[in-house]
Design a protein around this ligand. Sequence first.
Ligand SMILES: [Zn+2]
Ligand SMILES: [Zn+2]
Length: 269
Amino acid sequence: MIKTNFHTHTYYCDGKDSPEEMVLAAIDKGFTSIGFSSHSYLEKDAQYVMSRESAEKYRNEIHTLKEKYKDKIKIFCGIEQDYYSQTPTDVYDYVIGSVHNILKNGEFLIVDGSVDEMTRQLECYYQNDFDAFAEDYFSLIKDVVVKTNADIIGHFDLVLKNCERIPYKPTKRFLTAAERAVKELVKYQKPFEINTGAMARGYRTAPYPLPEILKMIYENNGSIIFSSDCHDKSKLDFGFDVSKPLALEIGFKKQAIITENKIEYVDII
Ligand SMILES: [Zn+2]
Ligand SMILES: [Zn+2]
C-alpha cells in the first residue's frame, strides 16, 4: 500500500506537533507524500480550528517545508473545510469537506463531541431519537462538495463517533439516510475517506464509514482514500492495517492520492 496520508492536523489547529515534526515522522515511516489539512476557521466553534490570523503563516510554513524536503517527500498544503466555514479554499492544494456541526433551532450542535454532549443534544433536540439526529447530519453532508468545494469527502458517518459507547446500532432508517447522501455525493466523483482517526484516539474500534456504507459507496461506483485524521505524529498510519483489507474485501481496487494534478488513482497493493 502506498504510504501517504492527506488528513493531518498540527498545532496550527488541534494537532499536537509542528508541521516539520510531522514531515520528519512521515519520512521516517517511508511515506512518499504527506498533506496537511488544518481545520478551517469557524466563528461559532473556534476552540479547535485554525485562527484567521494564522492561516497565512500556516500556508507559508508548509510551502517552506515543501522546498526544504523536496528531495525526500512530496508535501501538500490542504484545508479541512467545515460545511459552515466561509473562508476561501482556492489558496490550498486540496480541500477535505467535513460536517462537524448541525445548526438546530439556533444552536450549533456538535456532531463529534463527547458522549455527555451527545446525550444532552439527543435529549434536548431529538427526544432521544438518534436516527433523527443522523438524518439531519446526512442531509447536510450530502451537500458538502458544493458547500466546501471538496476534493475529498471527510469522515462520511462522523455521527457514529460515539456509537460503541452510547451505544447505538445503525437502523434501517439510519442506513436509508446514509444511502441517500451516498447517491448524491457519488455524482461529484470525489473520494470518500476511510478514516481511522477515531480508532487512533480510542473512541472506536473500526474506521469511518461502516462496512455497510462502504459497500453502498462501492456499489454506486464511488471511490475511496485512506487517512488517519492524524493529530499526533506517531499515528500517521494508524489503523491502515485494518482499513486496507477492509477496502479490498468490499471490492475496491484503487485508492485516491493527492498529486500535483489534485487527485489520482493508484492500485491498492
Ligand atoms: Zn474532521
Ligand atoms: Zn480532521
